[in-house]
Design a protein around this ligand. Structure first.
Ligand SMILES: [Zn+2]
Length: 220
């Protein structure tokens, strides 16, 4: 009887991710990323790992359930783990004589938000530590990036400052500086693309809501 009454609770995949990620990652994003990035609840990362992780597409129109707006605004994830993905022997930037190999410490506890031309995406990376000096280093640390071969380094798409991060495609728009191509103009264009992207998502929600309301309208 007790077993018959026991209701199976849905798995909260967001709990698979580092707790600090919730500071700047939406709950629905943590759910799909927690589900796809890990192969099991014990914390083993999926294999093989890849750089880009894409959210599931927006739900199909349904006449029985109301669309959840959050499902239409999910963000991509860029995962940067060169040591693990390409077996790169990264060296400690501070222990130079002799050089010391860095050890993996798993995923870094925070993610960064990266500005792209028409939206934002998340940047997550591997954390490393040095057994000798006890220093810790994130995979996108400039001193680690410069150790990579050109072909691997070229795969890292983000330009980072202490507070901000943007995709190289945004920076490339600024390279061809000419009359009328100021940083302000680029900002306006990027804002316009972001707003348009948001409007398209809102229209998609509206369209799917109309599927539910249609029988009601026809019965009047
Ligand atoms: Zn060291």
């Amino acid at each position: 009887m007790a077993n018959a009454l026991k209701v199976r609770q849905p798995v909260d995949f967001s709990l698979h991710l580092p707790g600090e990620w919730k500071k700047n990652m939406a709950y629905k994003d943590r759910c799909w990323i927690g589900k796809t990035l890990y192969s099991n609840a014990k914390g083993s990362l999926a294999s093989p790992l890849k750089n880009w992780w894409y959210p599931p597409p927006p739900p199909a129109p349904s006449s029985t359930s109301t669309p959840c707006p959050d499902d239409y605004f999910l963000r991509r994830l860029f995962l940067w783990m060169p040591k693990r993905m390409w077996n790169v022997d990264l060296k400690c930037p501070t222990c130079t004589d002799p050089l010391r190999s860095l050890q993996s410490k798993g995923l870094y506890t925070r993610v960064r938000m990266v500005l792209d031309v028409k939206d934002f995406y998340y940047l997550a990376g591997e954390y490393h530590f040095c057994n000798c000096c006890k220093g810790t280093f994130i995979a996108w640390d400039a001193r680690l990036l410069q150790q990579l071969s050109n072909d691997i380094r070229a795969l890292f798409p983000v330009v980072l400052t202490y507070k901000y991060a943007c995709d190289v495609s945004v920076v490339s728009l600024l390279r061809a500086r000419s009359l009328g191509n100021s940083s302000t103009a680029i900002k306006k264009k990027s804002t316009s693309c972001t707003v348009r992207n948001g409007c398209e998502n809102a229209l998609h929600i509206s369209l799917n809501v109309s599927v539910i309301s249609q029988p009601m309208r026809s019965s009047i």
